[in-house]
Design a binder for this molecule. Structure first.
Ligand SMILES: [Zn+2]
Length: 78
């Protein structure tokens, strides 16, 4: 059981065992809502070849983790 985590299992939406890995790069940033400055992180992306579902995972460095903890709003579990 993967709980929908496509890094180690099938697609979290359709269940297909056709998951591909890539990296997302480009001119995107990660910032608090409504703020104009931010970091430019790199994401690992897992794509389902059957339904197109994509799952992104941020490559956390200590500096980026600190930035997230200091600058972004934490959402409590629901
Ligand atoms: Zn799928």
């Amino acid at each position: 059981m993967t709980n929908g985590d496509m890094r180690n299992g099938p697609c979290g939406v359709c269940g297909a065992d056709e998951v591909y890995q890539g990296e997302f790069t480009g001119q995107v940033g990660l910032r608090p809502v409504g703020v104009t400055l931010g970091k430019r992180p790199v994401f690992d992306v897992y794509l389902c070849g059957a339904c197109g579902h994509a799952q992104w995972h941020l490559k956390l460095t200590p500096g980026l983790r600190s930035y997230i903890e200091r600058r972004l709003d934490r959402r409590p579990p629901r």
